[in-house]
Ligand binder design. Structure first.
Ligand code: ADP
Length: 193
């Protein structure tokens, strides 16, 4: 079993890569953002609880996120590993993820990080809003807030990933196809431990 985190600021292209990577490597794609948006769409109790936070561009509580992750991990069968997208977003989320995987005898095998300049991120999210209709992409104030939230609460994880090793960065400015090839290269050349 191989488990990966696809990391980066909002709008970096994590989701696009995650979809094609999970197909190629038979990974269970876990996007906390997609799961939360589904809950909102289905008007569940959880959806109602998180809607205002997502609309503001701030993080949902670790407690809620970790419960979701634990449940998805528990109910996923038949995959060759997990691909976490948009998670972890805080140091505590990462610590708890490691704990959950350890209990199953697994680990995070690699973190792949997409680096994209802020200007490009903003442009992408605003144009993505037209295509996907995500409200949090359509409002420039919310877009800015999400990037700020990322810088403050999520970016510090980079230090931890770097110290841990198997941390790979690539520029998200490249085409989806080129980045996909680069990531496949990283995965195919990982040392098996
Ligand atoms: P993006 O990375 O493009 O901003 P996501 O779909 O990953 O979008 O997340 C959308 C929103 O969902 C975030 O702004 C946040 O409010 C919430 N969210 C998603 N994942 C997490 C997480 N791991 N921890 C806390 N909040 C999250």
């Amino acid at each position: 079993m191989k488990n990966f985190i696809i990391f980066g600021p909002p709008g970096a292209g994590k989701g696009s890569q995650a979809v094609i990577l999970s197909k190629k490597y038979n990974l269970k794609h876990i996007s906390t953002g997609d799961i939360l948006r589904d809950e909102i769409k289905n008007r569940t109790k959880l959806g109602l609880k998180v809607k205002s936070l997502i609309d503001e561009g701030v993080l949902v509580s670790d407690h809620i996120i970790l419960e979701i992750i634990e449940s998805v991990i528990k109910h996923s069968k038949g995959y060759s590993g997990f691909l976490f997208d948009g998670f972890p977003r805080t140091e505590n989320q990462f610590t708890q993820l490691k704990r959950m995987l350890e209990k199953l005898g697994h680990r995070v095998d690699a973190v792949i990080s997409l680096v994209v300049e802020e200007e490009v991120l903003i442009k992408r999210m605003l144009s993505r809003a037209q295509i996907e209709g995500r409200e949090d992409d359509a409002n420039p104030i919310v877009v800015k807030k999400r990037i700020e939230t990322y810088r403050e609460q999520t970016e510090p994880l980079i230090d931890i990933f770097t110290k841990r090793g198997n941390y790979f960065t690539l520029t998200g400015n490249d085409t989806i196809e080129n980045n996909f090839k680069k990531i496949c290269n990283i995965i195919d050349n990982l040392e098996t431990k």
